[in-house]
Design a protein around this ligand. Sequence first.
Ligand SMILES: [Zn+2]
Length: 93
Amino acid sequence: MIHGMLHEVFRKCGKQNCKCTEGDLHGPYPALSVNKKGKQKIVMVKKSDRPTTVRKAKRYRYYQQTLVRIRKINKEIDSLLEKMKTETVSHYP
Ligand SMILES: [Zn+2]
C-alpha cells in the first residue's frame, strides 16, 4: 500500500502550437496528494512507477474505507453490548 489520495491531473506541456494552449489539456496523469511536513502536496507519479503506484494507492484507499466500515460496525456492537448489559444485568441484593 502507498499512503496518499490518488488524483488525475491534466496539464499544459508548454509548446506554443499545441492543442493544450486551447484548453485541450494532456492527461489524465496519476498523482498522489501526500502530507509533507504538515502540508498537503500533489506529487506526480513517475511514468515508470504508474502501474505499481496506482495499484498500491488504490489498495490503501480500499484499506481506509474498510477501516471506516469496521470501526462503525464496532461502535454498533459496543452500543448493543452496553444496551444488553443495561437491560439484563441486575445487582445483588
Ligand atoms: Zn501540449
